[in-house]
Structure formats: C-alpha cells, structure tokens
Design a protein around this ligand. Structure first.
Ligand code: GLP
Length: 247
C-alpha cells in the first residue's frame, strides 16, 4: 500500500494531496468500488499518521471532483463513474439517459410564453413575432437531479407546447412527432461555472460546486433555429468528450 511520505524531495506535495492520490489510486485499481464506504476520518488519520483536518481536506477535494460523496450521518462513499457524454451527435436528454439504462425524467419548474430578449431573438433569428416558449426543467436520471435546463422555442414552432405534459415527455420527441420539426444540427458550447444558491438547491449540490454551462442552438435541415437552450449540468456527474482525428 502507498504511504504518506513526509519527506518528498522538495517538500512540495502537501499531505492532503498525497492522501487524495492514494484514495484515487485505490478507486482506479478497484480496491474501492462505487458504493463502498470509506473508513472514518479518524480511522484514516490514524492509519496514515496525519491529522483529521488533513484527511478532511483530501476527502473534500475528491468530493468536489465527484469521485466521492458524503451522506449525512452515514459517511463518505465512492461515487459511480461520471456520465460520459459525446459531443458529436445531436441527441436529447431522454435518449442519452435511456441509452445508458437510466430512467429519464423532468420536473417542470416553469413553462410559459414570453417575449424574447434581444440576445435570444438574435440566436433564434426571430422576425416581427418575438414570442418564445420558455421551459425551465430540472432533468432527472433515476430520480436524481442532473441538470437544470432552460429551453426557448419560437412560439410559431410549437404554440401549444406550454400545454403539454413535459414532466414525462421528451421535448425533442414532441417537436419532431407532434409539431413536425426536423431537428438536424446544433451549435453547442461548454464552459465551467459555479453553482449559485438557486441552482445548488435544485441540483442537490453545495453552493459554489462546479457546474458545466451548456448553450445550444438547434436548427432544422433548412438551417432555421428552433431551440436555444441554456443548461447547467452537475460537474460531479458529467464529463463531455470529443473524439479527435489528426489530419
Ligand atoms: C438535451 C439538450 C437540450 C435539449 C434536451 C431535450 O438535454 N442539451 O438542448 O433541450 O436534451 O431533451 P428531451 O427531449 O429529453 O426533453
């Protein structure tokens, strides 16, 4: 088993960081598996001859990274691996979760027709009619919050969208099947943000936790924008990837 060395050559590797690496290696080597409970802070401190404060610091960092999670009164556990989301295919949340064997769901927080801001009207290339259907949903996988999504659809595209049952139905499914929209392509950006109090409460994370802000403009085959979405995904649950090809 790896040990904590108080004498790394330059004295540059803090003890909490060494502990973090030891735990991380155990997870990578499957000595610790998803759902396993870690020994208590006191036990770890005794085992490695370090202070409980140091143990807490190392563990907190692994919690932030999404490798561990804390359950109040129960202890610290090894998390399931993050959901790895490709960035090439234009898929819906429902499709993404179903494909992984998870049950997709949503909690509609708000759905109404509003006037688009200048920015959103620009994204959606709206003409005279600046009305958009704004749908705010908490997205769930097996009942657990994953993302908070705010979609804007031009009113003309789906005038009766607000009346639809959006807790259990896929928005893309409705657009395609009910409203005859053929979704073809999208431009999407990803950037890091920190959870504010509102997002933290809904997503069940601590305020200031890392989130991934995703913006997407989805278009039809004719290049008409039909959706502008701004969503925040839990940084402890999600990882986005692209496959690169060298030319
Ligand atoms: C993903 C996309 C969103 C899109 C949503 C539709 O989460 N990031 O841009 O609005 O899927 O999901 P569904 O069809 O499950 O409602």
């Amino acid at each position: 088993m790896s040990a904590i060395t108080r004498h790394d050559e330059w004295g540059l590797v803090p003890l909490y960081y060494q502990l973090k690496r030891i735990i991380q290696e155990k997870i990578e080597n499957e000595e610790l598996k998803p759902g396993d409970r870690l020994p208590s802070e006191r036990e770890i401190a005794e085992e490695y001859g370090i202070s409980r404060m140091t143990v807490r610091q190392g563990i907190t960092e692994l919690v932030r990274l999404g490798l561990l999670y804390r359950k109040q009164g129960k202890g610290t556990f090894v998390a399931e691996p993050k959901i790895e989301q490709g960035m090439i295919n234009l898929t819906s949340f429902t499709e993404d979760m179903t494909q992984r064997g998870l049950v997709p769901g949503a909690r509609v927080i708000d759905a109404r027709c509003v006037q688009a801001t200048k920015k959103i009207a620009g994204f959606l290339k709206l003409g005279v009619d600046k009305r958009v259907i704004r749908i705010e949903r908490l997205r769930l996988a097996n009942g657990e919050p994953m993302a908070l999504e705010i979609s804007h659809i031009p009113y003309q595209v789906g005038p009766s969208l607000v009346d639809e049952e959006l807790n259990s139905q896929s928005l893309y499914g409705l657009l395609e099947k009910r409203f005859g929209v053929r979704l073809a392509s999208a431009r999407q950006s990803v950037e890091p943000v920190l959870a504010n109090e509102y997002e933290a409460r809904l997503l069940g994370v601590e305020e200031g936790s890392p989130l991934l802000l995703i913006e997407r403009i989805t278009c039809t085959a004719a290049g008409e924008p039909v959706e502008y979405v701004k969503s925040v995904y839990r940084g402890d649950k999600y990882k986005f990837y692209v496959d690169l090809v060298r030319r």
